[in-house]
Design a protein around this ligand. Structure first.
Ligand SMILES: Cc1ncc(COP(=O)(O)O)c(C=O)c1O
Length: 417
């Protein structure tokens, strides 16, 4: 039986010996999904890339499809130097490390990747994790312990929330991007308590950026340490591509920067960089660093090669801004409702009134040859249904034109513009 065919009735089959079926709590979700599939739409969460031909195109259901949902902002996945570095590492070091970083899992390539990060960020320390998700889990749960406070934006990424839940600190949320609310909530906390304020450069659902200059000033006023997640800012923002915090001019006041290799860097992995003199102790005490296998040698080799190239990617950054502004303006002119007033990042969220319209539009675009990501609650703020478009520095002017034409055709067919 395929999972698409699971019904609430099937889910009850596991109910043996009177004990409750632990999966029955998902019955409503299973029923909602089935009702959607019964209308004849494709499952937005079950798409297969049959072949990926470039950073911007793939074959889906046998059809050439423009990719407008990846986080391949800088288009590094097919960079010849990056690919060559990965192939060489496979030949030289094999397919995996089969060990934790603190045991047999630190290879020369992990060190070189951390050196590349230190050079990229200009910091004294860099620690590589197996994903960005684990970097947040590890760093947040290790830094803020019992009796400490974590103050985070209400729209924070799931990995930030999960990092809070893995630790023992008190959690305080402030209203999304509200400097006043951050100030108010910090002001209510005990003066002598340890405090970690967590911010993101770019918020990935709507593509809006944080007012980091003001927020960092407020956090410092209250004596808090600051962690900034630059998952979606790295590569694109700031003179050296370090992220929104660099562009905001607050590099000296941000204590920890978390990031990922799964977006601009174009591979997989996560990291945290810092100038704190005691930062390296995390290698001994951070459970999501210690109790998991390290990244394969080919992955850290591709990451290091990519990071070093991103240091000199000014032209790519300029083209990505051009693409982002053109798509934002074009979609606005067509009459779509967008998540931000102007293009604040390479993410452009197109908002729909309900799930049915969003899925209908998503499918119509796919049939025309355009892949975008469908996002829905609980991932989205305020229960929105949206199509999240993310541009790539390698999208050509012609492709952006095609994308706009497909949005126009699909929007008219669905009747939402
Ligand atoms: C803000 C933010 N932080 C962390 C992550 C986790 O990154 P990774 O894909 O490396 O686990 C993501 C991924 O989407 C993200 O958007």
């Amino acid at each position: 039986m395929t999972d698409a065919a699971i019904t609430p009735d099937d889910a009850r089959l596991g109910d043996a010996g009177g004990a409750p079926d632990l999966l029955s709590k998902f019955d409503a979700l299973i029923a909602e999904r089935q009702a959607l599939l019964d209308t004849g739409v494709r499952d937005p969460f079950a798409i297969v890339m049959e072949k990926v031909t470039s950073p911007t195109e793939a074959i889906i259901s046998g059809r050439r499809t423009i990719l407008l949902g990846t986080y391949n902002y800088m288009g590094m996945t097919f960079d010849p130097d990056v690919v060559a570095a990965g192939k060489q590492a496979l030949d030289d070091y094999g397919s995996g490390t089969t060990g934790s970083r603190v045991l047999n899992g630190t290879y020369q390539g992990h060190r070189e990747c951390e050196e590349a990060l230190k050079d990229f960020y200009g910091t004294s320390s860099a620690i590589v994790f197996s994903t960005g998700y684990q970097a947040n889990l590890g760093v947040i749960s290790t830094l803020a312990g019992k009796g400490d406070y974590i103050i985070l934006d209400a729209d924070s990424h799931a990995s930030i929330y999960d990092g809070c839940w893995l630790g023992n600190a008190e959690i305080v949320r402030f209203r999304h991007n509200s400097v006043e609310d951050l100030d108010k909530r910090l002001g209510r906390l005990p003066k002598e308590a340890g405090k970690l304020v967590i911010l993101e450069g770019v918020y990935s659902m709507l593509g809006d950026i944080a007012p980091l200059k003001e927020m960092v000033a407020v956090a410092k006023k209250h004596g808090a340490m600051i962690l900034c997640d630059e998952a979606h800012g790295m590569g694109f923002f700031g003179e050296h591509g370090r992220g929104v915090f660099e562009e905001a001019g607050v590099s000296d006041d941000v204590d920890f920067v978390v990031g990922t290799f799964s977006k601009s860097v174009g591979t997989v992995g996560g990291f945290c960089v810092s100038n704190h003199p005691k930062f390296e102790v995390l290698r001994l005490v951070c459970r999501p660093y210690v109790f998991t296998a390290s990244l394969p040698p080919s992955v850290v080799a591709t990451a290091a090669a990519s990071i070093r190239k991103l240091m000199h990617a000014g032209e790519k950054r300029a083209h990505l801004w051009k693409n982002s502004r053109r798509l934002h303006q074009g979609l606005r002119d067509l009459g779509f409702k967008l998540g931000t007033e102007s293009a604040q990042s390479a993410i452009i969220a197109v908002i729909f009134p309900d799930q049915e319209t969003a899925v209908g539009m998503w499918q119509a675009l796919l049939e025309l040859g355009l892949y975008v990501n469908m996002a829905r609650p609980p991932a989205t703020p305020a229960g929105m249904y949206l199509l999240r478009c993310s541009l790539c520095a390698e999208h050509s002017d012609a492709q952006v034109g095609e994308i706009l034409a497909m949005f126009e055709q699909a929007g008219r067919a669905i009747g939402c513009i």
